[in-house]
Design a binder for this molecule. Structure first.
Ligand code: IMP
Ligand code: MG
Length: 191
């Protein structure tokens, strides 16, 4: 099986590009069904991690819609800091809009809880959440994820937009941290 080395950590293949594409098909189908009567919803991509999911999802949306982004950051290395930083504010007003948030992964839920407040303060008319990945075991938020593509265990993953200290975002498949291989490589001092 394919392994990827990023800095000190080894990752193994977890979800293939084809599996991801099928899951994105399902999410898009549900959104297309729910929103075909709505007036020009706004798809809000949460940068940076969601850029691949966002692009693949948008290609499948079959009704008129607008796009907008926000950049939030809460992770350092392989764990959350608990504090969400707004690196780039909303690129468009959400006042009176039906907003569909597009997130890469919902872990503890800190990021989307913060985002929910930003959108409510901004006067959004309705807010729904799509996320490529959800870690239900870590999730402490009170917001329902309306359109999750995959539910996964509390493992650290990279690829398809997701990073380990900014590396791995360009991988087209998704990889999970391989603790055993990481330890083995440390033991024999391979870089
Ligand atoms: P939360 O605020 O704890 O829900 O974390 C959400 C954010 O942390 C995501 O949008 C990601 O940017 C990042 N994150 C959470 N889990 C992972 C992971 O397994 N790999 C890479 N980034 C992650
Ligand atoms: Mg994110």
């Amino acid at each position: 099986m394919k392994n990827v080395q990023l800095y000190d950590k080894s990752f193994k293949l977890y979800l293939t590009y084809d599996e991801i594409q099928k899951a994105v098909d399902d999410v898009a189908e549900k959104i297309n069904r729910d929103y075909d009567q709505e007036d020009t919803p706004l798809f809000l991509g949460v940068l940076t991690g969601s850029f691949m999911f966002y692009a693949d999802l948008m290609k499948r949306i079959d009704f008129p819609c607008e796009m907008c982004f926000i950049r939030l950051a809460s992770y350092e290395g392989t764990s959350t800091t608990g504090a969400v930083k707004q690196m780039l504010g909303l690129t468009k007003s959400v006042r009176g809009r039906n907003v569909i948030v597009v997130e890469d992964i919902v872990d503890t839920g800190t990021t989307i809880m913060e985002l929910d407040q930003i959108l409510k303060d901004g006067g959004a008319r309705s807010i729904k959440y799509s996320a490529l990945l959800l870690k239900p075991g870590n999730y402490k938020g009170s917001i329902k994820i309306d359109y999750p593509a995959f539910s996964i265990p509390n493992d650290f993953i990279v690829g398809y937009g997701l990073d380990y200290d900014q590396l791995g975002r360009n991988l087209k498949d998704i990889y999970v941290l391989d603790e055993e291989e990481t330890e083995r490589r440390k033991g024999i001092n391979i870089k």
